[in-house]
Unconditional design. Structure first.
Length: 444
């Protein structure tokens, strides 16, 4: 039985990579904004509070660009508006439902939530009945809670379906922050102030990043942070040798410089770091035309591959172990795992007309979908890949008359994304494969 199952999956993989572009089925889920302007949906996978898989997305509803919160189960009847208020940030929750930031006449900018089934409710308005209660549109998953930054009281606050809003971190308004599991790395109230890490008021408290005894305050615009699981890293200036990569040690109380042995004791320069990307409990980054992976320690920082032609603002991952990056000045798509020397060519641009490059959105896993060991990458179309050039197919836009745009999300054996077609503009489309393939797909 086991051998038969393995043989079946190999036959499925063989069929995937023999599939031509014409075999991809692309269909409109719903014309949300009738006409040719389109609603430009921004899909995120989640569930309802009762556990049913759905997509959450914002959709443009009029010429002003105002976005409302919608949901879809993949059917026309199951695609409808949840919140008809101006929405600026959405975060699906691990236990179902979603939190979102919206602006209403009665609350200003405040935090709302929905069960994904129907309607929404106010979750927290720090300034009751007054002006904006939340600063900007910071909304971030922090363990099983969602973190927000109110105008007042200060600091970062967190909440979920069972826990009322509570102060997670003290201090002034952070300039920006990133989550690592149930901890956060924050920047000071401006780009020129030091950052700090917090495990919560009842946990490890606040520890400065970088450590005051080791490194002076960072220079304006020099500090960014990245986090994945238990790995939290940032770029900071050291007094002696300029900008370097630093990570927090396991006690979360001080920073250490990452000193890969391959660099002969010299740490990695800030000016050479081109991009960060999250993996499972590790961070990948490209510096000095090389792809590295780190767990936040010197011993756990390894060189994966040389990437002399790296070409993009960032590079997408599946947040587990698979990375994709553009090389050859954007004419080649490569993939790698954290294993040194694992890099492989996946696809080349057909006749120079297909460029592999991404904007900032690739940092949050919405350019890569995984189905039962098969990766789908959104880049000027779709790439289906098992990690090798022999096992990959390129489906350049338009696909069946539709240009598929990121972000992408999988649900019930199909891929969902913004698709642009002349008669409807950019709307929610579903991409599916032949029945034999579809029956083997499992959601990530």
């Amino acid at each position: 039985m086991f051998a038969a199952r393995i043989a079946f999956h190999f036959s499925v993989l063989a069929l995937v990579f023999a599939t031509s572009a014409s075999a991809l089925n692309v269909e409109l889920v719903q014309d949300i904004r009738p006409g040719t302007a389109g609603s430009s949906p921004d899909v995120r996978r989640g569930t309802t509070r009762t556990g049913s898989p759905i997509l959450y997305f914002s959709a443009v509803v009029d010429g002003s660009g105002t976005k409302h919160l919608w949901r879809s189960d993949g059917s026309d009847s199951g695609t409808f508006v949840l919140a008809d208020v101006p929405v600026t940030a959405i975060q699906p929750m691990p236990d179902g439902g979603a939190y979102f930031i919206a602006t209403t006449t009665g609350t200003g900018r405040a935090l709302f939530r929905t069960d994904g089934e129907s309607g929404y409710e106010l979750a927290w308005d720090p300034v009751v009945g007054g002006p904006d209660g939340l600063e900007r549109d910071h909304l971030l998953l922090l363990g099983d809670e969602v973190a927000v930054v109110p105008v007042s009281p200060s600091g970062v606050w967190a909440t979920n379906w069972t826990t009322p809003p509570h102060q997670f971190s003290t201090g002034g308004l952070p300039f920006g922050f990133a989550a690592g599991g149930s901890e956060i790395v924050l920047r000071g109230s401006s780009a020129s102030e030091p950052a700090y890490v917090s495990g919560g008021l009842t946990g490890l408290g606040r520890a400065m990043l970088p450590a005051p005894e080791d490194i002076p305050p960072i220079s304006t615009g020099a500090h960014i942070v990245a986090a994945s699981g238990t790995t939290l890293c940032g770029k900071a200036f050291a007094s002696a040798d300029g900008p370097r990569l630093h990570c927090v040690d396991p006690t979360r109380t001080w920073l250490r410089r990452v000193l890969p042995a391959e660099l002969h004791g010299d740490s990695i320069a800030l000016s050479d770091i081109q991009a960060f990307a999250p993996l499972e409990n590790r961070l990948a980054f490209i510096a000095s035309s090389r792809l590295w992976v780190t767990d936040g320690s010197s011993a756990g920082t390894t060189l994966v591959a040389d990437v002399p032609g790296f070409h993009s603002q960032c590079f997408p991952t599946d947040r587990a172990e698979r990375m994709f990056y553009a090389n050859g000045n954007g004419s080649e798509l490569w993939t790698a795992t954290p294993t040194p020397g694992s890099n492989r060519l996946v696809a080349s641009a057909p006749s120079g007309s297909f460029m592999f490059e991404w904007g900032p959105q690739c940092a949050d896993r919405r350019l890569v979908a995984r189905w039962n060991g098969i990766h789908v990458v959104a880049t000027g179309g779709l790439i289906l890949s098992n990690g090798t050039s022999e096992g990959s197919t390129t489906h350049a836009n338009p696909i069946d008359g539709v240009s598929i745009m990121p972000p992408i999300a999988t649900m019930a054996g199909s891929l969902y994304a913004t698709g642009c077609r002349a008669d409807v503009g950019c709307e929610l489309f579903r991409v599916s494969w032949p029945d034999l393939l579809q029956s083997s797909f499992e959601n990530d």
